[in-house]
Design a protein around this ligand. Structure first.
Ligand code: BG6
Length: 461
């Protein structure tokens, strides 16, 4: 891998926004605490703040995340500077240039709506601050294939592809990174990891909470754009990819893009959309909103390894539990040897991806002690522990600073993901309502019925 220059300043566009508040300041403090971060942080936004105001804001943010570490925070506070201004105003970028103080490799974090990317890129270009720099763009990258292409063009106008880091925080999660690690660091998995042994794969991303104060944004997204096009498809890619030639550089991304290319565009028969009862009464939500807060999907992968194995996804808000889990169901043994009712659950491999827990369980049958040859379902745990390591943002900001692009989305990957889901965005399917605290609309059960039923994630705290 060619060594890329390490960033020497972090510029946070959208410094007063929700993402910076919830995710970025706590991640920066955690990095400082580990001695992984030491550079000026220049917050930019329209709010008429000064350095002191930004520091207070960052302190509140870290306190709200319950991670305050005073020495680390004080150190971070000393790195924070603020530049107020409109992204269309050249004066904003003149002030930014001064604040950059000769930094040669700034990292620009675009925690701002994609509609403002083009103004920022123009402003940076005008002050000659894009050479040697990198840019981080948040998900979802665009709202369909055409807008993703246009955003790519905007960024490519001044940045090379390997300086554009399209972030999807799922790719920084310990639990998600454990999927390819578990697959490719062991030899016993590979022989069964294909259509000969696997019957179906299901991924559930359930959240008990609703949209909170994000009504305005969520109305423009819906569950498919918010989490399926990105987080869920990335999990599918990690489960389905061929072994990459090493962990760095383009190897991972090449293999993930091949998976995306093998996935058929969705049709109406493969999707069930739902909306929780009460959603239309949420703040900033239209009284006749057609936005889905739940989606269940069936994906078909046309590849040698996966042909005929359906990948089911369901993701929803205001569900029965908060948990993300992958259930890989294996085929039943070919013959019935023991005179017992067929086991209800065949073998499986289960990955718990969240919240805050790394668990891999292998479902087996074992004989119950006693005279009869009858058994029971059991689960062997490869690991089952609370995850207290780096947060996803912490890891990915660290990667971005070092210029390691392997866990960021590439142009072709993001466009392929839109290609897969675009047909059902252009022609939305029926919307079914579901009770808050349930598992979504009953119609989602029909999607999977031929393969059994949705498995509720096993929640453990
Ligand atoms: C975000 C979505 O990207 O991911 C949210 O916009 C969702 O709607 C969140 O709640 C889930 O992330 P995590 O890390 O809590 O599983």
């Amino acid at each position: 891998m060619t060594q890329k220059p390490t960033s020497d300043a972090l510029v946070l566009f959208g410094a007063s926004g929700d993402l910076a508040n919830k995710m970025l300041y706590p991640a920066l403090q955690a990095m400082v605490k580990r001695d992984h971060f030491d550079m000026p942080v220049i917050g930019v936004s329209r709010s008429e703040w000064d350095d002191a105001h930004l520091r207070d804001h960052a302190r509140d943010s870290v306190q709200q995340s319950h991670t305050m570490d005073k020495p680390a925070f004080d150190k971070l506070a000393g790195m924070l500077h603020y530049v107020p201004g409109d992204y269309r105003d050249p004066a904003t970028f003149d002030k930014l240039q001064q604040a950059l103080n000769g930094a040669k490799h700034p990292l620009y974090y675009l925690a701002i709506p994609p509609s403002t990317y083009s103004d920022v890129v123009k402003g940076l270009d005008r002050i000659g601050a894009t050479r040697g720099a990198r840019v981080v763009a948040e998900k979802p990258f665009g709202r369909d294939l055409a807008s993703a292409r246009s955003l790519n063009q905007t960024l490519h106008h001044v940045f090379e592809e390997d300086s554009i880091l399209r972030i999807d925080h799922y790719l920084g999660k310990e639990t998600v990174l454990n999927l390819p690690y578990f697959r490719f660091a062991n030899s016993f998995i590979e022989p069964i990891w294909n259509r000969n042994h696997i019957r179906s794969v299901q991924i559930t991303m359930a959240e008990t909470f609703g949209i909170g104060s994000r009504g305005k944004l969520y109305e423009s997204l819906g569950a498919i754009r918010d989490v399926v096009q990105n987080h869920m498809l990335q999990v599918v890619a990690m489960l389905a990819m061929e072994p990459p030639q090493g962990e760095h550089g383009e190897a991972f991304r090449d293999e993930k893009v091949k998976v995306f290319k093998s996935i058929r565009p969705l049709t109406a028969e493969d999707v069930v959309r739902g909306q929780y009862q009460g959603y239309r009464q949420e703040q900033d939500v239209a009284a006749d909103s057609d936005t889905e807060t739940f989606a269940a999907l069936r994906l078909h992968l046309d590849s040698w390894r996966w042909a005929g194995v359906p990948f089911f996804i369901r993701a929803g808000k205001r569900m029965a539990v908060t948990a993300t889990e992958v259930m890989v169901e294996l085929k039943r043994p070919p013959q019935k040897v023991f005179d017992e009712p067929r086991p209800r659950h065949p073998n499986h491999v289960r990955f718990q991806l969240g919240p805050d827990r790394v668990a891999i369980g292998i479902g087996v049958r074992a004989k119950r002690p006693g005279p009869a040859m009858v058994g029971e379902d059991m689960e062997l745990f490869v690991c089952d522990q609370k995850h207290e390591g780096m947060s996803a943002y912490e890891r990915l900001i660290g990667d971005a600073i070092r210029g390691d692009v392997s866990q960021f989305d590439r142009e072709d990957g993001v466009e392929e993901a839109w290609r897969i889901i675009e047909p059902v965005l252009k022609q939305p399917t029926s919307l079914y309502d579901y009770a808050a605290g349930s598992w979504g609309p009953a119609e989602a059960d029909a999607l999977i019925a031929h393969y059994g039923s949705w498995q509720a994630p096993r929640v453990k705290s």
